[in-house]
Design a protein around this ligand. Structure first.
Ligand code: GDP
Length: 200
């Protein structure tokens, strides 16, 4: 497919705002500032499809992007922008919590973790929840360009030794170089049957 269609559809703040057309959905989850907007822009090859900012924690809405008129990428609000010790469910917000638990058209979740300091305690709660959920999920390690090859290998070796990557599909990703983009799109396509965005 040559034509890339990627358009913002709605920023849902309540259940009534969620699209009712039944198209499959792939949700993107992660703490604020993890690089989610940058990743969505890279995936869709749109510089400004999703807003990137260095001020974390602003959006509390579920942003829907329709891709190739075939499925939605759903940008969940970044969690964890509150001081420590707060439960994941509280920082997710009620709409996101309900959405993840009850949305029939949600086919898969892409969970983002910053390679430098993740998974954080809240990331781990989310991963635990995803492990118990029926839907497929992919762990994406963001900002890998910020580490040297050595540092990166060390990091993955450690996560593997700790058992954090056991039975998990994961992809190292950089919004700067584009590394990992094709792997993420292939995973989405394989797990959901959704037509990937054209690699051009
Ligand atoms: P969001 O809050 O999760 O949507 O995060 P953003 O996409 O807005 O990114 C937060 C900050 O990290 C911005 O300053 C981005 O430029 C930067 N950033 C995001 N992804 C990458 C990456 O892959 N590499 C590098 N070096 N910086 C990144």
């Amino acid at each position: 497919m040559k034509i890339i269609a990627a358009e913002f559809v709605v920023g849902a703040v309540g259940r009534n705002d969620l699209p009712g057309d039944g198209l499959p959905e792939v949700a993107f989850s992660g703490r604020s500032n993890v690089g989610k907007s940058s990743l969505l822009n890279r995936l869709s090859r749109r510089r400004r499809l999703a807003r990137t900012s260095s001020t974390p924690g602003k959006t509390q809405q579920l942003n829907y992007y329709r891709i190739n008129d075939a499925f939605y990428l759903v940008d969940l609000p970044g969690y964890g922008y509150v001081s420590g010790g707060v439960e994941l469910r509280r920082t997710l917000g009620r709409l996101t919590d309900t959405y993840l638990g009850n949305r029939p058209t949600l086919r898969a979740v892409v969970q983002l973790v910053d390679i430098r300091n993740g998974p954080t305690a809240l990331d781990l709660s989310m991963i635990d929840w995803l492990r118990q959920d029926q839907r497929p999920f992919l762990l994406v390690f963001t900002k890998v360009d910020k580490l040297s090859r050595n540092q990166r290998n060390q990091r993955f070796r450690r996560l593997e030794a700790e058992g954090q990557l056991e039975n998990i599909s994961y992809v190292p990703f950089s919004a700067v170089s584009g590394e990992g983009r094709e792997d993420i799109l292939s995973w989405i396509s394989a797990e959901t049957g959704c037509q990937p965005i054209s690699p051009q």
